[in-house]
Design a protein around this ligand. Structure first.
Ligand code: HEC
Length: 137
């Protein structure tokens, strides 16, 4: 039997693609708590704030730690280790925009984890760091 699909006008066959593109393009709004739940689900373990603080403040074989740019306690502005550019606080209680755009968060984590650990961070490490950042008041 012939498939039904090629019989549809091209416009209709492409419609789902356009719809998907439209849904995908805008910033992916989220919350720190939702992001953390997602990382915890992938890690299959709850985030641990203490481990997150340790991960954030120590170096991982390279020159930098997360704290090199974001500060030991990222409740205030950070300072880029190379460019000196001021960075917004990472702790959500001090920056309402932090961890509210999933694509932005993932983009920076990919880049920052490569710089610090020369690999991507694992979902467990992200859950730990986010758990710690959310304890900062
Ligand atoms: C070499 C400097 C540098 C280092 C080291 C660094 N970051 Fe960043 N990070 C940045 C810059 C720059 C931004 C963009 C921030 C801005 O525009 O204010 C950023 C943004 C982020 C964001 C996005 C926050 C948001 O929601 O907007 C997260 C999450 C983050 N960093 C986590 C980390 C973690 C975790 C580490 C350690 C693995 C780390 N960073 C190490 C420079 C750095």
């Amino acid at each position: 039997m012939r498939s039904l699909l090629p019989a549809l006008p091209l416009r209709l066959r492409l419609a789902p693609l356009f719809l998907a593109a439209t849904l995908w393009t805008p910033a992916q709004a989220t919350t720190p708590a939702d992001l953390q739940r997602g990382y915890e689900a992938r890690a299959d373990a709850p985030g641990q704030a203490e481990r997150g603080q340790a991960f954030f403040t120590r170096s991982h074989g390279g020159e930098w730690s997360c704290a090199s740019c974001h500060g030991e306690r990222p409740t205030g502005a950070g300072r880029h280790a190379v460019t000196g550019k001021a960075l917004d606080p990472l702790a959500p209680a001090f920056n309402p925009r932090a961890f509210t755009d999933e694509r932005r968060v993932e983009k920076w984590l990919r880049r920052n984890c490569q710089d610090v650990a020369r690999r991507e961070c694992t979902p467990a490490e992200k859950a730990d760091v986010l758990a710690w950042l959310q304890t900062l008041r």
